[in-house]
Write a protein that binds this ligand. Sequence first.
Ligand SMILES: [Zn+2]
Length: 359
Amino acid sequence: MSKWKSIGQLLLEYGLTDDEGLREGLKMHKATGMRLGEAMVKLGKVSRDDINWVLSKQLDIPFVIVEDVIPNDELLGKFSRQFLIENRIIPLHETDEQITIVTEDPLNDTAIDLIRNSFNKKVNVSTGSGRKIEKVLKKAYEKATLPELINFLEGIVERIRETSFYRLDFLPGKTSCRINVFGAGISRHIATLQGAFTKQDIFGAFDGLDIPFLYDTFTGDDNLFLSVYPVVNRPDVRGTPVISGRYGLCLPPDITFTDTAIHGLAGFFRAGNPVPGYGYFATKKGCPASADSVSVIDAAPDDFRECYIDAYIPGKCPSCNADGCGDCNDLGYRFTEMKGVYSSDDLNRRLKEGIHGKD
Ligand SMILES: [Zn+2]
């Protein structure tokens, strides 16, 4: 006897319907040509989930609890959004040889063949609730609104306000945007925002918070890397080169040239090199220190004697050893303020002590 059982038999066997329900379903199936399972759902005799579950038994394929699925952004990006939502498919994993998906309808050969052919890989099929697949997909593609984005950024700014993290790096993907913070040689992933964001969205959020900034963009094949340097502080010294290493950095006074792009800062102009007689704001290494210059700490000249340093020095959080915990606001580091006139030796010693501990 064949191992293959009909959907009707299985529904009865698992007690999901009775003879009467099945009879009505078969009647509709014959009259309309609709699949038996679908007819049973239409008649309200069983749920979609019941059918999926039974199908997974019949086809001996795994049944996935879709609520527990967290879609992989990169893998999702390889499919068209419309295709996945229409066919109610979530790609789960991909290896060199195969790709695993969860689908409402494991008998949807058109869609499964399309995946097999476009990836040129074996497709492992599992099944799960279509309604929930659609919900998970819609959530994955959902985009935060501008007020939400502003709120989100404000939360990040709060967390890094008194730290050495002066730069925010945005790595927008197809369905989410990774945000890292950077400063004093440390880059840390701080948040991932759901949705596909453009440079304009991110600029709009900073505008909403009234935070002017300098920025750099790097574009790869189809990805953007955006570095934002919020500048909100004013220096409290003049006549000495300044090295700034804190959130909000500090602006040279008056007209200033800088090696980055500029947003929302009047009196700032871009220039590859310092312009004699004017302030210069350097984010990249190699700029000589002058009386009117401000450099970020990571671009500090290698060998200087007297610079005014306004920075936070990071030290590994003793509670979590940089893993991130409640004590350090999940940043992995604690920060000590360093303010005053120092030499590069002083600065390097403080940085070394902070990160590696005292000898
Ligand atoms: Zn910690």
